[in-house]
Write a protein that binds this ligand. Structure first.
Ligand code: IPM
Ligand code: MG
Length: 370
């Protein structure tokens, strides 16, 4: 029988991106060898690296390659080098937003789980974080991120006290089908988990939220009546996530709220370098770590590659239906941690110096445990 071949579009990006990507690829290759599957990785430019080389954060060649692949594995984009207040300067983040939109990745899954071995890394008390296992389902191609926006001079509108008259706005808009499809994804995810969905909105203020709640309830009543559904205002959710994180199962929300809440949820674990995310649409999917490009530690071989490696796990699960092989990766990471191996960001006073690994050595360690 011919060996199965999967084409993976790899986007190392900026900062620690190339280093952690190398470890992700290493693990993918090891899984491929063990499973008898060929993963063919092809690097393409995105973010600041793409701006430097071709002036655009998302060259057409990258989007085309992503569309032609079986899955996209991304590391991270951005850094101070490309920070600018000039609204016309290209920004690395536009590469990320562009590929989300270009591939139609409207569902972003961000699982947040506590590893027993790392429970001490959280700033919350052990009894509060015990059993935390939730997933944020963030709408990823609508709302404020992609709405109409403008910045302009409006001399007539200058303030009485010598204000300069600049104006700017962003708009939050949702269409009913956009809410419907993300709600469906959330309920489907809940069915495979603990059967509970928390829908987050700001219905007491925003019209988009009033529609959001109505549509989520309609989808629930018509298609998923057996799933438990609770509504929570976004500000209250921010409190409850800290107060009773273990109560949450699936949390579904619009793009901007999801951006903010997923960072908060990630911090519950205290180890951002461990969290991976999956962005899914109706075609090719994209997998990436939740943390950023950490330019301050780039090139030092001290970054934590585990989130990138766990992105490979999600890719095996969601794009290739290789659940068994995904479990290999998840178990290898868990065992590495259980045996006390750490990168510096997740090490503590109890970690012996010879158990603190660099980025490359951590990738090797996971392969060894595979
Ligand atoms: C994220 C990031 C991005 C976002 C940035 C880099 C544009 O914060 O993936 O959460 O806001 O979506
Ligand atoms: Mg974010």
């Amino acid at each position: 029988m011919a060996k199965a071949t999967y084409r993976v579009c790899t986007l190392p990006g900026d900062g620690i991106g190339p280093e952690i990507m190398a470890e992700g690829k290493k693990v993918l290759a090891a899984v491929g060898e063990k499973a008898g599957v060929d993963f063919v990785c092809e690097d393409h430019l995105i973010g600041g690296a793409a701006i430097d080389t071709c002036g655009s954060p998302l060259p057409d060649s990258t989007l085309d390659a992503a569309k032609a692949s079986n899955a996209v594995l991304l590391a991270s984009v951005g850094g101070p080098k490309w920070d600018s207040t000039d609204p016309n300067a290209p920004r690395p983040e536009q590469g990320l937003l562009g590929i989300r939109k270009g591939l139609g990745l409207y569902t972003n899954l961000r699982p947040v789980k506590i590893y027993d071995a790392l429970a001490g890394a959280s700033t919350l008390r052990p009894e509060v974080i015990k059993g935390v296992d939730l997933v944020i389902v963030r709408e990823l191609t609508g709302g404020l991120y992609f709405g109409r926006r403008e910045r302009f001079y409006d001399e007539a509108g200058a303030g009485a006290n010598g204000g300069r008259g600049q104006r700017a706005y962003d708009t939050m808009e949702y269409r009913e089908y956009e809410v419907e499809r993300i709600a469906r994804k959330a309920f489907e995810a809940a069915r495979k988990r603990r059967n509970k969905v928390t829908s987050v909105d700001k219905r007491n203020v925003l019209e988009t939220s009033r529609m959001w709640r109505e549509v989520v309830h309609r989808v629930h009543d018509e298609e998923f009546p057996e799933v438990e559904l609770e509504d929570l205002l976004v500000d209250n959710t921010a409190m409850q996530l800290i107060n009773r994180p273990a109560d949450f199962d699936v949390v579904v929300t619009e793009n901007m709220f999801g951006d903010i809440l997923s960072d908060e949820a990630a911090q519950i674990t205290g180890s951002l370098g461990m969290l991976a995310s999956a962005s899914l649409g109706d075609g090719v999917s994209l997998f990436e770590p939740s943390a950023g490009s950490a330019p301050d530690i780039a090139g030092k071989d001290i970054a934590n590659p585990l989130a990138q490696i766990l992105s490979v796990e999600l890719m095996l699960r969601y794009s290739f239906q290789m659940d068994e092989q995904a479990d290999w990766v998840a178990n290898a990471v868990r065992s590495v941690l259980d045996d006390g191996w750490r990168t510096v960001d997740i090490a503590d006073d109890a970690t012996p110096a010879d158990h603190v690994l660099g980025c490359t050595a951590m990738g090797d360690k996971v392969v060894e445990y595979l």
